[in-house]
Design a protein around this ligand. Sequence first.
Ligand SMILES: [Zn+2]
Length: 319
Amino acid sequence: MSITRRSFDLAVLGGLFAPALPAIAKAPFAGAQAAGVYRLKVGGFEVTVLNDGLLPIETKLFSGNADAAAKLLETSFLPKDATPTAVNAWLVNTGDKLILVDTGTSNMLGPTLGRLAKNLAAAGVDPATVDMVILTHLHPDHAAGLITTDKKIAFPNATLHVSETEYAFWTSPENAAKAPDDFKPYFDMARNSIKPYVDAGNMERFKDRTEFAPGIVANAAPGHTVGHTMVRLSSGSAQLLLWADIVHNAALQFPEPDRAISFDTDQAMAIASRKRVFDMAATDRLMIAGSHLPFPGLGHVAKASSGYAYVPVQWGADL
Ligand SMILES: [Zn+2]
């Protein structure tokens, strides 16, 4: 039937007197966060920051004065008992190779995490196309994503690179035996995560200063774990330091770098590494990327009147 002026008027009138229909939202909520994916260029590299979710880290796990910690959290508008803490990893596309640095938690640390695989898919990357996985250390928020939630190898065509110091520590039965009871499961998690890669002959051990690919270099920063390693990206005059776990709580540890976290294997060494890296990043005006800085966790370190301040980078609309 053709629409005439008359039939249109009748339709409108009919609508006016029609019985009420069930309500349909005019603006339905999305009900979910947008993908945790952020891209930037570092010289000739394209770097994609991938978020794995948020891990609540209790304030009491940090050393130092509790009243001062409460004040720092309050001035940062953070809850006082636990800070929701990002877990980030990085995919570096060299134009030739896809290199993933850290892998998230898979399903090892609960439902607020484990989103890296979904975010990698949102970034348009098939895990089978990843050529290399570098681990900054063997804690489960960095290594557990080597295995999928259904216990399969997550990156079947990648060579895994683990610090030789880190590998020796976590695979030592003596170290596992003498660890406090609540740390023993971390030894199992570390070994289980890397096992399929080791079994397939696809794991290599690296030393400090190893160059994984041109411009992608291991920088040891021990203390948090014995083999904790940062990865420095250099391309032309551009640099980005993937500093991993130099900071676990920006509100507490930039102003007061002496605050250690109970997960540190050697707290004094972790503090010394943090101070050295803060000083270097501030002096060299180096852009840094943190595993546990608020997503996307990219910024600079500024010297403050006491301690340091974190200056996040602004959203870049274009690459
Ligand atoms: Zn971590």
